[in-house]
Design a protein around this ligand. Structure first.
Ligand code: GCB
Length: 604
C-alpha cells in the first residue's frame, strides 16, 4: 500500500472538513445499522481532529467506546476505469468503514494507515455515504494497552501512559484513484561507495499483464541521474549529493509501470542517499559520528489534540532549528506521514517509535493506576498482545522504511524489561523488526526500574536508549546526589560497548515559577537540572545523544502529579520558551551557526 499521490496517472481528493459525528454510549449503532442512512441526532466534527477537546462537553472529552463519523462523497466523474480507494492516514485506535451499506475495511491500531478498495462498489459521478465507526477503548490486547474498570459511576478507562488518550480521525482521509495495473509498494535502500551514491530499489506491481517496471532517478533540480528497467535493481549516482543531518537533500525516484511505450502508472518516491551504522559505541551517519540533540515530542495542541496541522508542523520545526536541535523521537507512537516527509526535507533525524507504551504495571504504582496487575500474563499482556504489537512494528516499517530521516526503530517505550516474561515477549519482536528492515538499528527505550544489570531486554538492542529522571523522580531537588547516582549507572551501561542515547531526561517546570535557590518546578531548577545531566553526558564517551523530555508541555489525564498536563516542556504548550529553552539553545548552538548539521560536541 502506498500513500495517495497526484501524479500523471493518479489523483487524490481530501475528505477533510466537517463530518457528522455521534457518540454511541449504548453500543447499538452497528446492530441498528447507523451506516445505512444519514446519522440521526448528529453534531458536526472537524476532520482531522481529536474529537475530545473540540466541544465543551465533558461526556465527549472522556468518552470511551464507539464514535460514528459520516459524510457524503462524490466520486469524481473522470475516474471511470480506475481503481478507486479510500485511504485513512489513521483512525485511533481502531475503525470499521462502510460505503453505503457495504462494509469495506476494518483496522486495528491508531497511528498507521489503512485503505479500502472501493472499485466495483462505486460509480464515477455517484454520491455515496461514507460511515466510519472509530473505537477508542484500550484493552490488554491493544497497543497501547489499557483496561476498562467498572466503577459506581460507570466504566472507567485506565491506561499506563502519560499522555491524554486523544482519539478520532486525527489525520487526512483521502479518496484516490490509481490505474487498475499499478505500483503497490516500493522499497529503497541506499549506500555510499566513495563519492558514488548507490540506490537499490524493489517495486511491486498488481493488476498488470505484460506491464513492466521502469525507474527514473532525478536530482533535486529535476535532472535525470539514472534509470533502470526491472522490478528490482541498483542505480549508481556519481558525485552524489548525500542526504545528511541539516541537509535534507532529496532525489526523486519515479517508479513507472510501462506497457510498450505507454506509461500506465507513475509513482514518485523521495530518496535521500545516506548510510546509518552502529560501530562500537559510535552512531554514524554517512560514516561520520552523529550526536543526537533534541527532544522526545508529542503530537499535542490545544483544541485539535493529536491532529496533524501544517502550520503547527512548520512552527515546531522552526523552533527545533532555533534551539539547535538536530533530531527527535516520535514518542510514543508513529506521527503523521507529513511530519516524516518534512523531517526528510529539513534534514532532521528521527527515532521512529511504535505505540507500544505503558506495558509496565510496575511504573507509577498508585500514580498511573498500575496497581493490581501483572504485566506479562495470560490474562494481561499476552501472546495476542504480542501479535498486535508485531503487526504494529510491521505497519510502522512498511509506512516509514523509505524515509532517510528515520535512523532507528524504537519498538517500545519503557516496558517492563527486568523479568523473564519481558525477555520472552520482546526477543521475537526484535526479530520481527529486523526481518521487516535489515538496514536500520533497532532498540527500545529502557525505564529507570530496570537499571544496568537488571534489564533483560537491552541485550537484543543495537542502541541503548535510556530514560532517566535523576534529580526529578529520584533525588528530587538534590542535584548533587543525582549527579553521583546518574554517573554511576551510566558508566555501567557504557561498559556494554553500545552507543547510548539518553531519550528522556526532564523536570516539570511551571512557566513563570522562579526560585533563587533552584527549587523543583521553577525555571531555574529546570535549567540547573539539565546542566547537571549535560555534565554527566559529557564525561561518558558512549553517550551519543541527548533528547530532553519534552519539547513542549502536553496534555495528560488528570493526576496529582500533573498541573494542567505534563510540564516538562522546554516550551509551553503554546510554544513559548521557558528559561531552559534558552539554555539548551546556548549549548546546542555553541560554536555553530545554529545549523543542526554541525555537531559542536563529541566530534571524533
Ligand atoms: C517517562 C515516559 C513519558 C512521561 C515521562 C514523565 O518516562 O516515557 O511518557 O511523560 O516519563 O514526565 O514522567
Amino acid at each position: 500500500m502506498l500513500r495517495p499521490q497526484d501524479t500523471s496517472t493518479r489523483e487524490r481528493k481530501s475528505l477533510d472538513g466537517l463530518w457528522s459525528f455521534r457518540l454511541d454510549p449504548e453500543g447499538v449503532g452497528r446492530q441498528r445499522r447507523w451506516f445505512a442512512s444519514p446519522l440521526e441526532d448528529a453534531r458536526e466534527m472537524a476532520v482531522p481532529a481529536s474529537f475530545n477537546d473540540v466541544t465543551t462537553d465533558r461526556a465527549v472529552r472522556d468518552y470511551v467506546g464507539d464514535i460514528w463519523y459520516q459524510r457524503t462523497v462524490r466520486i469524481p466523474r473522470g475516474w471511470g476505469g480506475q481503481r478507486v480507494a479510500l485511504y485513512f492516514e489513521s483512525a485511533t485506535h481502531r475503525a470499521t468503514v462502510w460505503v453505503g451499506e457495504t462494509e469495506v475495511v476494518s483496522h486495528e491500531g491508531g497511528y498507521t494507515p489503512f485503505e479500502a478498495d472501493l472499485t466495483g462498489h462505486v460509480e464515477p459521478g455517484q454520491e455515496v455515504l461514507v460511515t466510519v465507526v472509530v473505537n477508542n477503548a484500550l484493552t490488554f490486547q491493544s497497543i497501547p494497552p489499557g483496561v476498562t474498570e467498572e466503577s459506581p459511576t460507570g466504566p472507567k478507562q485506565i491506561y499506563w501512559h502519560d499522555f491524554f488518550n486523544y482519539a478520532g480521525l486525527h489525520r487526512t482521509v483521502w479518496l484516490h484513484s490509481t490505474p487498475p495495473a499499478h505500483v503497490d509498494d516500493v522499497t529503497v535502500v541506499t549506500d555510499v561507495d566513495g563519492s558514488t551514491g548507490v540506490v537499490r530499489y524493489a517495486a511491486q506491481q498488481v493488476g498488470g499483464t505484460g506491464t513492466k517496471v521502469r525507474v527514473v532517478l532525478r536530482d533535486a533540480v529535476g535532472a535525470e541521474v539514472g534509470r533502470a528497467d526491472g522490478a528490482e535493481g541498483e542505480l549508481r549516482v556519481a558525485d552524489v549529493h548525500l542526504w545528511a543531518p541539516g541537509d535534507g537533500y532529496l532525489h526523486d525516484l519515479e517508479v513507472q509501470l510501462v506497457d510498450g511505450a505507454d506509461v500506465v502508472d507513475s509513482y514518485h518516491q523521495s530518496v535521500g542517499v545516506r548510510t546509518v551504522e552502529v560501530r562500537g559505541t559510535g552512531f554514524l551517519i554517512n560514516g561520520k559520528p552523529f550526536y543526537f540533540k533534541g527532544f522526545g515530542m508529542h503530537e499535542d495542541h490545544a483544541v485539535i489534540g493529536k491532529a496533524h496541522n501544517d502550520a503547527h508542523l512548520v512552527n515546531d520545526f522552526e523552533l527545533l532549528r532555533w534551539i539547535g536541535a538536530n533530531s527527535f523521537r516520535t514518542s510514543h507512537y508513529p506521527y503523521s506521514e507529513d511530519v516524516l516527509d518534512y523531517a526528510d526535507r529539513q534534514g532532521i533525524v528521527v527515532i521512529d517509535e511504535t505505540a507500544a507504551v505503558g506495558l509496565n504495571m510496575g511504573l507509577g504504582g498508585g500514580i498511573f493506576g498500575g496497581q493490581g496487575y501483572t504485566t506479562f500474563s495470560p490474562e494481561t499482556i499476552n501472546d495476542k498482545t504480542q501479535e498486535v504489537h508485531a503487526q504494529a512494528i510491521r505497519e510502522l516499517v512498511a509506512r516509514d522504511k523509505n524515509h532517510p530521516s528515520v535512523v532507528i526503530w524504537s519498538i517500545a517505550n519503557e516496558p517492563e524489561s527486568d523479568t523473564e516474561g519481558a525477555e520472552k515477549y520482546f526477543q521475537p519482536l526484535f526479530e520481527v523488526a529486523r526481518l521487516a528492515d535489515p538496514t536500520r538499528p533497532v532498540g527500545f527505550v529502557n525505564v529507570m526500574l530496570a537499571p544496568h544489570g537488571a534489564c533483560r531486554v537491552s541485550q537484543f538492542a543495537d542502541v541503548l536508549m535510556l530514560n532517566r529522571y535523576y534529580g526529578w523522580y529520584v533525588n528530587t531537588g538534590d542535584l548533587e546526589g543525582a549527579e553521583l547516582a546518574w554517573e554511576e549507572e551510566l558508566t555501567g551501561w557504557a561498559g556494554d560497548g553500545k552507543p547510548i542515547i539518553i531519550t528522556e531526561y526532564g523536570a516539570d517546570t511551571y512557566p513563570g515559577q522562579h526560585s533563587v535557590i533552584e527549587e523543583p518546578w521553577s525555571e531555574e531548577y529546570q535549567t540547573a537540572y539539565l546542566d547537571m545531566n549535560h555534565r554527566v553526558f559529557d564525561r561518558v564517551d558512549a553517550v551519543v545523544g541527548e533528547q530532553v523530555w519534552n519539547f513542549a508541555d502536553f496534555a495528560t489525564k488528570s493526576g496529582v502529579m500533573r498541573v494542567g498536563g505534563n510540564k516538562k516542556g522546554a516550551f509551553t504548550r503554546d510554544r513559548q520558551p521557558k528559561a531552559a529553552a534558552h539554555a539548551l539553545r546556548r549549548r546546542w548552538t555553541a560554536g555553530t551557526d545554529t545549523n543542526p548539521s554541525t555537531d559542536s560536541r563529541k566530534d571524533s
